[in-house]
Design a protein around this ligand. Structure first.
Ligand SMILES: NC(=O)c1ccc[n+]([C@@H]2O[C@H](COP(=O)([O-])OP(=O)(O)OC[C@H]3O[C@@H](n4cnc5c(N)ncnc54)[C@H](O)[C@@H]3O)[C@@H](O)[C@H]2O)c1
Length: 264
């Protein structure tokens, strides 16, 4: 029996892509806290091992799978392994993503291929890998992690923005096709969130995390960027029974940034 008093066979299972860092790792912790068994995948084995250790230390039950979401075969093997070990798959958080900045005029084919392979096809691959199990269960919840950049334009982010907008259409389309089979599909659009995404990029310019916080003070209506756990809470809500009548929707979690259009 789990701590929550639910039999082990009845414990829900969440699969989170890009779970080694940032929003994915915070989501893994959130689902573990809610009593889920949590499988995480990541392309970075060191980040994956570190996240797994953190989940276990927090009392969670976790499996880590090194996998590239751009590779459908890898996504399929992860889903099959999770099912063979835990026998069910209740939630997919399609979170793994990369950022490639710069003007479209400077983007080369490799940039375009990479962003579409990870941010668009990686999400589609992850969904395709879990949907047959959810169809068989006649239940399941998918949460796709898009971005506020899907809704609000920004200079020098064209490839990223188009990939994030495309997955909103994917969420709507899957929600439409699979709703009557008990499968809900929603998306979240996080605003600026202080994760390794930004921390590593800024560190190369000699900017510390505290300096990033200072630089983002004034963001949106709350005057600050998000912590990963705040995005994870919204993701968990959409996957949970609390959201049982919500599907095909986009939840904007941006501290009001899109209301003002003001970056800082
Ligand atoms: N941080 C933000 O401000 C922000 C805002 C809006 C949306 N997002 C989105 O949230 C998601 C998570 O971002 P984050 O800020 O936590 O980033 P992060 O870089 O901290 O974490 C992303 C994780 O995904 C993994 N990953 C990258 N490519 C992968 C691949 N091909 N296969 C498997 N794993 C892969 C990375 O190794 C990393 O562990 C992304 O989709 C991002 O676009 C982030």
């Amino acid at each position: 029996m789990s701590d929550a008093g639910i039999s082990d066979a009845g414990r829900k299972v969440a699969l989170i892509t890009g779970g080694g860092s940032g929003i994915g790792r915070a989501s893994a912790l959130r689902f573990a806290t809610a009593g889920y068994r949590v499988a995480i995948t990541d392309i970075d084995p060191a980040a994956l091992a570190d996240a797994e250790a953190q989940l276990v230390a927090a009392g969670g039950e976790s499996l880590g799978f090194p996998a590239d979401v751009a590779d459908f075969g890898a996504c399929g093997r992860v889903a099959a392994d999770v099912l063979s070990i835990w026998g069910r798959l209740d939630a997919l958080i399609a979170n793994a993503g990369v950022q490639i900045g710069g003007s479209l005029l400077d983007a080369d084919d490799a940039d375009c291929d990479k962003i579409l392979a990870v941010n668009l096809m990686g999400v589609a691959n992850s969904c395709k890998a879990v949907l047959p199990a959810m169809q068989e269960q006649r239940s399941g919840a998918i949460v796709i992690v898009s971005s506020i950049n899907a809704l609000v334009g920004s200079v020098g982010m064209t490839l990223y923005d188009m990939s994030k907008a495309a997955v909103l259409a994917l969420a709507r389309s899957l929600a439409t096709e699979f709703g009557t089979q008990g499968i809900r599909v929603n998306a979240v659009c996080p605003g600026n969130t202080i994760t390794d995404f930004h921390i590593n990029r800024m560190a190369k310019q000699g900017v510390s995390v505290d300096q990033i916080r200072a630089m983002t003070s004034g963001y949106g209506l709350l005057g600050r960027a998000a912590e990963p756990a705040e995005i994870a809470n919204a993701i968990h809500f959409l996957a949970s029974e609390e959201a049982s009548f919500i599907t095909g929707q986009t939840l904007v979690v941006d501290g009001g940034f899109s209301v003002t259009g003001r970056a800082q």
